[in-house]
Design a protein around this ligand. Structure first.
Ligand SMILES: *Cc1c(COP(=O)(O)O)cnc(C)c1O
Length: 399
């Protein structure tokens, strides 16, 4: 059948009818264990009763009023996000890229309103992913995504991942900020060491720069802390959130200190849909669950279980898994075979996983998983590895 969807995605030939917790049921009636969670979005799994209740309740009251008026649900969500973080103020958007657009504009405006409009450049890191708008593509700096889309948006200086000296050298009189993912997600689940983040904080302090964290993938519990920066002992000035924040309802947010946000006065930025009552009600319900006692502890516990057993599988199948990476339930298997092959073998076992850069397969289960799902997933991974290992050894024997 010819599809009328713009063919920008390499989709698997698989569609789902419904979901229950960590499980998805395909239109063909098959059950899959979902370790994609809609790419780190469905933190509470599928059809979580509290999210369903929040959305349906709000749907019967009011959907959308625009930002011409106050939105009490948004005020409440902003207040809670600030209470749980370093931030004083929140701008709500509809996606990760939009949250970063706000962050980038805020950093530039911060310097402009202090009489230094020439400070607009932002230092970023190779392999980063910040979204698909023209500015966030320039920030990510990946050639394959920029090609053919005209002049690259000015103002981003990219340095090698983990190279502090290069970052320091890249800072000049025109630098406004440094932007980094505390754990690089799309780039291959590469964890940035806390010492590196601390060094960036010091550099920003010395040079009067803003430190911006892209926590679109790591934020709201994914790493076992509410925010990944909380592992580092330092705080950013600006932070972008999205994916998990709405548990599947589209929403993004730019959080900032009052100082960093000083230039963002009435009229300087906006969004028609941003912070609408549906998204805000669901966001508040996500926080109700994630902030409940024991929730993040479960994430850390399941992470440890998975990591220990995955390390064993790596030792048993070195021709398939080269390395196990990640924090919390943002886990990566650096594959010794093409990562797409491993994703396919896992899918044959009815386990859904996501490919990432650096030949990595991401395991992104919903944060509600328990012991039973972990055991089931490990069995599936073991069988997939075993099949791939025997193919690899046959190929070797044939050469
Ligand atoms: C997904 C992602 C984005 C982009 O989010 P969209 O909602 O697709 O615009 C930006 N940064 C990071 C770290 C992401 O993982």
């Amino acid at each position: 059948m010819k599809s009328h969807l713009l063919p920008t995605y390499a989709r698997a030939d698989l569609a789902f009818e419904r979901g229950e917790g960590a499980w998805l049921v395909s239109t063909a009636g098959e059950r899959y264990l979902d370790f994609t969670a809609g790419v780190a979005v469905n933190v509470l799994g599928h059809a979580h009763p509290q999210l369903v209740a929040a959305l349906t309740e709000q749907a019967q009251k009011i959907w959308h009023v625009s930002n011409l008026f106050r939105i009490p649900e948004a005020e409440r969500l902003a207040e809670r996000l600030c209470r749980e973080s370093f931030a004083d103020t929140v701008f709500f958007a509809n996606s990760g890229a939009e949250a970063l657009e706000c962050s980038i504009k805020m950093a530039r405006k911060f310097h402009a309103v202090q009489g230094r409009p020439e400070r607009f450049r932002i230092v970023t890191f190779e392999g980063a992913f910040h979204g698909r708008t023209l500015a966030t593509l320039a920030a990510g700096g990946q050639k394959k995504y920029l090609e053919g889309f005209g002049p690259v948006t000015e103002g981003f200086d990219q340095v090698a991942f983990g190279d502090f000296d290069a970052a320091k050298r890249a800072v000049g009189d025109a630098t406004a900020a440094i932007l980094i993912e505390p754990v690089m997600g799309e780039g291959g689940v590469r964890v940035v060491p806390p010492q590196f983040l601390k060094a960036l904080r010091e550099l920003c302090n010395q040079r009067g720069l803003l430190l911006m964290f892209d926590e679109v993938q790591t934020g709201v519990g994914r790493t076992g802390e509410l925010f990944a920066y909380q592992r580092s002992g330092i705080v950013p000035d600006i932070m972008a959130l999205a994916k998990a924040l709405g548990g599947g309802f589209p929403v993004g947010a730019c959080l900032a200190t009052a100082d960093a946000a000083q230039g963002m006065t009435a009229g300087t930025h906006g969004s028609t849909f941003g912070g609408n009552p549906l998204a805000m009600s669901v966001g508040n319900a996500v926080l109700d669950v994630v902030l409940a006692r024991g929730f993040l502890e479960n994430v850390r516990k399941m992470s440890l279980r998975l990591k220990q057993r995955l390390a064993e599988l790596k030792d048993r199948f070195p021709s398939v898994i080269e390395e196990v990476r990640g924090e919390g339930l943002l886990l990566g298997l650096k594959a010794a075979v093409p990562n797409g092959d491993l994703v396919k073998e896992l899918r044959a076992e009815k386990l859904l996983a996501v490919a990432a850069g650096d030949n990595v397969v991401r395991l992104l289960p919903p944060l509600i998983i328990g012991e039973a799902e972990v055991i089931e997933a490990l069995g599936m991974i073991e069988r997939a590895c075993s099949r791939l290992a025997s193919t690899a050894s046959k190929e070797k024997a044939a050469v």
